[in-house]
Every structure is written in structure tokens, then in C-alpha cells.
Design a protein around this ligand. Structure first.
Ligand code: NCD
Ligand code: ZN
Length: 346
């Protein structure tokens, strides 16, 4: 096969940041994706519908007139989030859900949730108004090993939440373990997960063997190969519970290549090509369209995109570095070659 045409895909987990950097990040995603769930971990966090609509406006201002793109805004859940804000979010077509960040779990999560149990009233409201809950599923306790934090979060928090709120739509974001695959597979059809390109293509050896590779450092951290294989099987299974969410999360080079570097991989400049690489490696390119363009939309109850995107088999290399208004950014997979290239969107 030399050419592959898909329904235009969507990215169900994306960090665009803010300010002048939007002039780089928005076109990088809009070149491929029609819709994207925009993560709210700005400083200050995007906690209200009003803030999200302002942020959405700034995103749309950075979109070149020749491109189309629909940001679907996620609000940042805090201990102060009210049932009234949930109702407001439910009635606004630009808001897709609330993102739960355990406080301290990742980049700009200080304002996040310290007690998941205390969220019960707001989760009740989300269930009632059918507003999805998007979850960064890691505990943050100092005594829990970083490689175990996803599993402990599932056991401690997600099993109780899905038992108490069986009609709540819940997306476990950027899953990294076989434990997460099992949890999502065994849960009802209100529960799904996104999978990033880096967790399909890499495991912790790619982070740590032969030297520390800061551009492969993201959270939740890459796990051992057995977990990577479970994620690969989930993506290849054709189960509609597993779909594309890049978690593209740019940080300038100076904040990655340093003594205490930031977590996040900037995958947007090669996102669909990275997923194509993975499916191609497993001789399963026929599974890419459902994963990238159908299952997420169906989960969220949204129509499939009308446009088509064509990839051609033609080797290219991801750029070593990209210049942005905030400084140089090293994209994920920089300098490495990919077999599939974007040819056409229309
Ligand atoms: C994300 C970021 O930089 O905003 N980082 C990451 O490693 N994935 C936050 C997140 O999704 O955890
Ligand atoms: Zn993220």
C-alpha cells in the first residue's frame, strides 16, 4: 500500500498553551485534526466557562484563514467547581467536559484536586447533566513509586467513581499500563481512554537506556515494555473504547534540557504520521481510521468529520528543532524518520 485515505481525524487530548506560542501550536494541529480537546492547565488554570470561551477566542485568532479547526474546551476541575458551573458547561456547545488533575501530578497542576472523595457532589452534577469527566489518573503520594501511580489511582479512585456514578462519561487520559487497559475494558461503555503516540512507540528504555532522553519524558511516565505491549494490543484490538489523544505538550528546549526538566512531548508536528508509523509497524494500517477518526467522535456523541485526509508512503525526518515565539522547541521524535507523510486534506 502506498497511499491511505482516512476520515479527517480529531485529537481528543491536546495542550496548545497560550500567547504568541499559539501561532505555532494551532497550525501544527489544524494541519491534520478537525477537532481537538484543549487542555486547561494554563497559569492561571481555565476553571470557568467564561475563561474557556476567552481562551477559545485566542486560539481561533491564531488560526490561519486557510485552515479549519474546532477547539473543544475542557475546564479545569478544582475543589471550588460548583454544580452551577457544571450546568453552564453542559449548555455550551464549545465546552466538552472537565479535566481532573490530582494536585501536583503534572505540569501546572498545583490548583488541582487534593481530595477526589470531596468531588462527589460535582461528579453527581456531571452525571446528571451528562458532562464528561476527563482524568489524569495518577496518585501523587510521595510514598508511591512513580511507575505505580496509575495503577494505584485506578484502584483507589476510579473503581469507586465508576461504581458510584455508573452513568458518568469518563475518559482515562493518556493511559500507560496494562492495568489501565484492563480497567477500561472491563468498565461499562461510558468509560474510554486516549492513547498517545509516545506510549505506543516507546517504553522506559527509550527514556533511560544509553543516557537520559528528556524529550521522551512525559507524564504519566513511559512504562516497561510489557505495559507498552498491552497498550499496543488495545489500540490494535478495534475496541471503540481506545482512541487517539496525542497529549502533545510543548515545552521550550531550555526547559526540557536542564537539571529538572519539564514533562511533555511536542508531538503535534508529526502526530498522525507517528500513529501511522505505529499501525504500519504492526501491519494494521486498516485500523488507523477507526482509532483516529471514528471512535472518539462516537464516544462523545459527535458527528464524523466530512473531510478526508490522505497519507502517502514516503520517508521523511521530523525536524531537529522548531523556532517559536517562546524559543526553540525540540519536537517529539526529532531527527528520526517516519514512513508516512501527509499528502492532502480536503
Ligand atoms: C502535560 C503538560 O506539559 O501540560 N505534560 C505531560 O507530560 N503530559 C500535562 C499532562 O497531560 O500531564
Ligand atoms: Zn495532557
Amino acid at each position: 500500500m502506498q497511499q491511505l485515505t482516512l476520515i479527517r481525524p480529531d485529537d481528543w487530548h491536546l495542550h496548545l498553551r497560550d500567547g504568541a506560542l499559539l501561532n505555532s501550536t494551532v497550525p501544527a494541529s489544524a494541519r491534520v485534526f478537525n477537532r481537538a480537546v484543549i487542555m486547561p492547565n494554563l497559569v492561571p488554570p481555565v476553571t470557568t466557562v467564561a475563561m474557556a470561551l476567552d481562551y477559545r477566542q485566542r486560539i481561533m485568532s491564531a488560526l490561519p484563514p486557510s485552515m479549519s479547526f474546532e477547539p473543544m474546551m475542557a475546564l479545569y476541575l478544582t475543589a471550588e467547581t460548583s454544580a452551577a458551573e457544571v450546568a453552564k458547561a453542559a449548555s455550551d456547545p464549545h465546552i466538552i467536559g472537565f479535566k481532573l488533575y490530582p494536585s501536583g501530578a503534572t505540569t501546572n497542576s498545583a490548583a488541582g484536586v487534593k481530595s477526589v472523595e470531596a468531588l462527589a457532589p460535582v461528579l453527581e452534577a456531571m452525571q446528571e447533566h451528562q458532562v464528561p469527566l476527563l482524568v489524569h489518573g495518577e496518585v501523587t503520594d510521595g510514598d508511591i513509586d512513580i511507575f505505580d501511580r496509575e495503577k494505584v489511582f485506578i484502584d483507589r479512585h476510579l473503581v469507586p467513581i465508576t461504581t458510584q456514578f455508573p452513568a458518568l462519561s469518563l475518559v482515562l487520559e493518556h493511559i500507560t499500563t496494562g492495568d489501565a487497559v484492563d480497567f477500561v475494558s472491563q468498565a461499562n461503555d461510558k468509560v474510554a481512554a486516549t492513547i498517545t503516540p509516545q506510549h505506543l512507540l516507546m517504553n522506559r528504555n527509550d527514556l533511560l537506556v544509553g543516557g537520559v532522553r528528556p524529550h521522551n519524558y512525559c507524564l504519566p511516565i513511559l512504562k516497561r515494555r510489557e505495559h507498552q505491549q498491552r497498550l499496543q494490543q488495545a489500540a490494535l484490538s478495534g475496541s471503540p473504547k481506545f482512541f487517539l489523544g496525542t497529549d502533545s505538550a510543548p515545552h521550550v528546549k531550555a526547559n526540557k534540557e536542564t537539571s529538572c526538566g519539564c514533562a511533555g512531548c511536542y508531538s503535534a508536528p508529526a502526530a498522525i504520521e507517528l500513529y501511522a508509523e505505529f499501525f504500519s509497524q504492526h501491519d494494521a494500517l486498516d485500523k488507523l481510521e477507526n482509532f483516529a477518526s471514528r471512535f472518539g467522535a462516537e464516544f462523545y456523541g459527535l458527528p464524523l468529520n466530512q473531510q478526508r485526509l490522505t497519507l502517502t508512503r514516503s520517508e521523511w525526518a521530523v525536524p531537529q528543532s522548531l523556532e517559536t515565539a517562546d524559543g526553540s522547541i525540540v519536537p517529539y521524535y526529532a531527527g528520526q524518520s517516519l514512513q508516512w507523510q501527509l499528502a492532502e486534506l480536503g
